[in-house]
Design a protein around this ligand. Structure first.
Ligand code: MLT
Ligand code: MN
Length: 342
């Protein structure tokens, strides 16, 4: 078994040395929340369909140090029977096929799914296009901010999710929300949505407006906990900056799954892959004095894992110096199938 996956499969509290830290008993209480990263790449996936950069090329060549990844999504469950999907990627059909936990129960009705609810952190294509895969007349809850729900409502293609059986609930920022199935039965998971620095979805940008028309609620982070609020993980796949209030919110967390889109702010420009810097795309980079590794360095977090990795990011190569640097700083790079038991 891969050592890293084995490590991550253990209860977090049992595997991470705590010497030198004051840790409350509550932090080590087992709540039984199970998380799985089913897609660890950013928009475009890895390899990206039209990309001839060395990373995508070597991922296609089955290089064991540079492994393919599907687009950005995680799942969570309190009972390993009913699952919440956090972001619905364009690769969702493949992700479901490759994730036994998400297969229909063989003892259930002819049409069934363990996916009871979907939570969206923004309206970018990599996080909403998979909703179209969930259209086969399946009851579901969709949770998102008013801004993101409005984007779905404004795009008629999403009417394929019949509103008679697919219910939407607005996430109110900074308020705990108990996730339920469409019948109102709690799933044992509580989330708290909060605004993070970011921007409106790429396809919604209006260049004539300040910040391209972005407003609060376009990009959120999520605290994911048990029904009593215990054993929190934070899921923040898109974030433009780490400010003091975000650090204070996450301080003491069991696990942080954070925006790992780029290593360097100008890496896409430098590689000739595109004209945009990370800051323009609403993504803080890992490296540098104003990067995420430095920003999170003094914050008490048990496990730090980068998700939403872009196909330009050199940390995708397990042998790279950049990978070594972030691992030395206490970070892991997510891979598809990585499990975390809180
Ligand atoms: C992003 O995270 O910046 C977006 O997923 C970009 C995109 O939609 O391609
Ligand atoms: Mn994205």
């Amino acid at each position: 078994m891969n050592r890293r996956l084995f490590f991550l499969n253990q209860p977090l509290g049992a595997t991470k040395p705590t010497v030198g830290k004051v840790v409350s008993a509550v932090r080590f209480q087992m709540s039984g929340i199970f998380l799985k990263i089913i897609g660890s790449a950013a928009g475009g996936g890895f390899p990206q369909w039209n990309c001839n950069y060395y990373l995508s090329r070597q991922a296609r060549e089955q290089n064991r140090d540079i492994t393919p990844r599907t687009q950005s999504s995680i799942i969570a469950s309190a009972d390993k029977k009913r699952f919440v999907l956090f972001n619905a990627s364009p690769d969702l059909r493949q992700q479901i096929n490759e994730t036994p936990e998400l297969h229909p129960s063989t003892s259930g009705p002819l049409r069934n799914t363990p996916i009871a609810a979907v939570v969206l952190t923004n309206a970018d294509i990599d996080h909403i296009a998979g909703l179209l895969n969930l259209r086969e007349r399946q009851p579901l809850m969709i949770y998102a901010t008013r801004r993101v729900l409005q984007t779905l409502d404004d795009n008629p293609v999403f009417r394929v999710l019949d509103s008679a059986i697919v219910k939407k609930q607005e996430l109110v920022l900074d308020k705990a929300t108990q996730l339920c199935n469409v019948d109102g039965i709690p799933l044992g998971i509580t989330i708290e949505a909060f605004a993070v620095p970011g921007k409106i979805a790429l396809f919604m940008e209006d260049v004539s407006k300040p910040d391209f028309g972005s407003a609060e609620g376009d990009t959120i982070g999520l605290k994911i906990a048990g029904s009593g609020g215990e054993a929190a993980a934070f899921y923040i796949p898109g974030c433009a900056a780490v400010d003091e209030s975000l650090k204070a919110r996450v301080n003491g967390a069991r696990c942080l799954l954070f925006d790992g889109t780029l290593y360097r702010d100008d890496e896409m420009i430098a590689a000739g892959l595109g004209p945009k810097a990370g800051k323009r795309m609403g993504h803080i980079s890992m490296s540098g004095a104003d990067g995420s590794v430095a920003a999170w360095a003094g914050v008490d977090i048990e496990r730090k894992i980068f998700v939403h990795i872009n196909n330009s990011n050199p940390v995708l190569d397990a042998r790279s110096n950049e990978r070594k640097k972030i691992e030395e700083a206490g970070w892991d790079v997510a891979g598809d199938g990585m499990e975390i038991n809180l």
